[in-house]
Design a protein around this ligand. Structure first.
Ligand code: FMN
Length: 260
């Protein structure tokens, strides 16, 4: 099997397209970042690489904090939009119907609809040429309750996480097993693939919201999910992913090409 060698490039994929909030509750901005990752376990540390020309660069340099909001399918359109429009001239929160919530440890707010939001404190900056890498400690992790199971497990497979590969967005596909599945034959429950019911959940949420959920549509496998969704709908209807005025899970294709 032959391989063609191309000139060097940033062809590492998939990477997570995250929505990074910066600034304060009163004066916030959000931009999309794909150059991010984990760099240390204890203390938990991350980085974001930001071009100095970005409006957010100055804000993060000054406040020395930011929030990494993990993007999922309902946030896909907003995630792309925040990566092609600048806060210099656009109120991205207003345009995309994004709401903010205060964080516990920093002044920068998080996105209300992100399934997971990491509160980050900048501990260093390293310039490499095109991008400045903000090294940061993760001070806290905020998880949307709707993805926490009764036993306390984070059911991240239900979040419809996004991946970015070679200029395109994807949702995660099949679950192939848990960490260590290649060698572990005993912990069957832990290594058994979990089926993501994300699309079904999204439809159920929309139907509950519209009041169009019918008894005959209730598949036995989705009974428990429907019950939970109805309960959380009663508790907090604003938590539904599709309830933002302008946010649409399946947005039109944008023509603009992002430069990372
Ligand atoms: C999927 C995607 C990933 C991106 N990743 C980065 C990145 O890692 N670093 C960066 O500086 N810009 C990145 N961008 C571009 C910025 O998000 C974009 O320039 C944005 O408009 C900057 O917003 P601001 O001017 O309000 O700060 C990305 C854009 C997209 C669509």
């Amino acid at each position: 099997m032959a391989k063609t060698t191309w000139k060097s490039g940033t062809m590492l994929f998939p990477v997570p397209p995250v929505m990074v909030t910066c600034g304060t509750m009163e004066k916030a901005n959000v931009l999309t970042i794909a150059w991010t990752g984990i760099i240390n376990s204890e203390p938990p540390m991350t980085y974001i690489s930001v071009r100095p020309s970005r409006f957010s660069h100055k804000i993060i340099s000054e406040t020395k904090e930011f929030v990494i909001n993990i993007a999922n399918l309902p946030l896909a359109k907003a995630c792309d939009f925040c990566g092609v429009k600048s806060g210099k001239s656009t109120d991205k929160f207003k345009e995309m119907g994004l709401e903010l919530e205060p964080c516990k440890n920093i002044k920068t707010p998080m996105l209300k609809d992100a399934p997971v939001s990491l509160e980050c404190k900048v501990v260093g900056v390293k310039s490499f040429g095109t991008h400045d890498m903000f090294l940061a400690e993760i001070l806290a992790v905020n998880v949307d309750d709707k993805y926490i199971e009764e036993d306390g497990r984070l059911a991240i497979e239900k979040a419809g996480l996004l991946a970015f590969a070679h200029g395109r967005y994807y949702t995660l596909g099949r679950d192939l097993g848990a960490f260590g599945f290649s060698v572990d034959k005993t912990k069957e429950n832990k290594t058994k693939p979990r089926k993501s019911k994300f699309m079904e959940i999204l439809k159920i949420e929309e139907k509950i919201k519209d009041g169009t959920l019918k008894i005959k549509e209730k598949k036995p496998s989705l009974q428990r999910i429907i019950k939970n969704k109805k309960q959380s709908a009663k508790k907090n209807s604003s938590k539904f992913a599709g309830n933002k005025k302008n946010a649409k899970p399946h947005g039109k294709k944008l023509n603009a090409k992002p430069t990372k």
